[in-house]
Every structure is written in C-alpha cells, then in structure tokens.
Write a protein that binds this ligand. Sequence first.
Ligand SMILES: C[S@@+](CC[C@H](N)C(=O)[O-])C[C@H]1O[C@@H](n2cnc3c(N)ncnc32)[C@H](O)[C@@H]1O
Length: 284
Amino acid sequence: MIKALYKAFEVRWKSYRHRFVPWIALNLQKNERTLRQVKDRSRDKLVEDEEVLGSLVCLFTELLKNDMKNQSELLRFLPQAKRDKYTNVEDETRDAPSAVMLNALGFRIERKRSSLQLAGTGVFVTRGRAPKGSIVAMYPGTIYQPDEPIFFQSIRNPFVFRCIDGVLIDGSDRAISKIVYRSCSGRDRLGPFRLGDCSWLTSDPVNPLAVGQYVNNCSNEKAANVCYQEYDVPEGFPLELRQFLPNVNYRADAQRPLRCVVLVSLRDINCGEELFSNYYTIVH
Ligand SMILES: C[S@@+](CC[C@H](N)C(=O)[O-])C[C@H]1O[C@@H](n2cnc3c(N)ncnc32)[C@H](O)[C@@H]1O
C-alpha cells in the first residue's frame, strides 16, 4: 500500500517541470486550476533560443555602452572590430540601468509590494509595454547540477527553482545562498573578464531583468502572464557581455553550458500590471 502510494507520488512529482520545492508541497492541493499543462518537452519553449540570445545581447550591449567610463579598460583586450561596436558612443552621460532597459526593450520592470495579499514582493511592468513573446525577466542564482549538494542552502528557502532536467537554481539573495553565489562568482573569471554579475543580490541590479525570482505564482483571480523558459548560454556568447549574466555554476569545473532561465510574456503586458507565472507545469 505504502509502496503504491509512493510510486503514484513519484510519477506525479517527476512530471513537474518547474517547482519551488517547499511551496509546491504545501499548496498544490489548494490550487489545481493554476497548473500549466504542456503536451511534451519540445513544445514548452515559447520563443526560439536565437530570439532569447538576440534580446539579451541587445540589452547587455546597451548596458555596456552606458557604462563606458568603467568598461574602456576592459575593451582594450578585445579585437579592434569588436571594440568599435561599443566605442562609437557620442553621449557620455550615464543613465540608470532601468532607463537603458526602457530604451532597448520598450518597457521596464521593478520590484514592488505584490497586488496579492500576503504575497510579499512582486514584479511589475512600471513603464512601457511588453509585447507577447518578450523576455521580461531572468531568474538569477547559483546553478546546481542534480548531483550537487544544496541541502543547507535550501532550508527555509522559497527561491530554489527546479528545471525539468533536475538542475536547480538558488535565487535567494540572503544568508548562505548569498555567500555561495558571491564566492562562486568571484572565482569565475577569464583574465580581466568577469563571467557573471553579483549586483542582483542588492536592491540595484546592473541587469534590470535579474529580478525574476520575485515573480509570484498566479491565482484563480490573476492568471499567469509569463512563463519560465530554460536557456543554455552558447559558447559564442560575447565574452565582454557575460558580466551581465546573473547566474554562476556551483561547481568550478562544470562540464555543460551555463544554465539561465528567462521569463517570457504569454500576452502583451501593460504598464502597471504585475507579472504572474505558473510555479507548476505538468509535462505529459
Ligand atoms: C519565489 S518567492 C516569490 C517572492 C516573494 N513574493 C517574496 O516576497 O519573497 C515564492 C514565495 O512567494 C510567496 N507567493 C508566491 N506566489 C504567491 C501567491 N499567489 N499567493 C501568496 N503567496 C505567494 C510564497 O510565500 C512563496 O513561498
């Protein structure tokens, strides 16, 4: 009897695509209507990887240009042709990263108190409009492969996000999670080039997309308007733009591409709207 119950639970558990582990265990029974159903893994991606790459490169290029005062030393290590892409900047004034995002993508997002009672902080479109299929946020944090130890970091941590292949992302900006991220991020450099960003751990991230860990779950009243999508950073991703990626591998000698997760809009999202995702996806 217990074995049969365990088996049924295991089958159901394995079919979930993304899970915030403690949250799903406590709330699944309450809110079955908000499950996202996907026919198979290959149909889960809303936008092609090339489009994700295009959006990230577009925003990161503008962020780099906006920070030319601090970046010019670094750019000296690039071939001239690449350097020219960034250095033909006429206006030398520095804008806030969120203003750069508004110019580059046509909208900006910010953390604010959620419109749902007792849901803490949420993420809102606060200027412009995000058209359907846009990359509206990124899920920052330390990447753990399925066999890597996360026990202590996951205690009372609602920010542990699970991908379909068992990869975990710890998006908590507090306590031991924060220490681990900073330490791994300080470790990973290629000569003068930083390979990731730590500023998402503060209230002023240099990459304004990196607040996806604060997006709340949809409810019966507030339908999901974004969904999660995995993105493995390709080898050819520009080295000088990796400094804006808000993820780092826990293991120093990781053998696979860096995993990122982006949040994609399911419909046009207007200024003032809060972002809501599906914490649970069932892949049939
Ligand atoms: C990944 S965090 C999201 C950020 C969180 N709102 C905060 O302020 O830290 C997940 C936690 O947010 C809260 N949460 C998310 N969606 C919710 C909802 N629809 N209703 C109530 N609480 C929610 C739960 O406490 C959950 O454990």
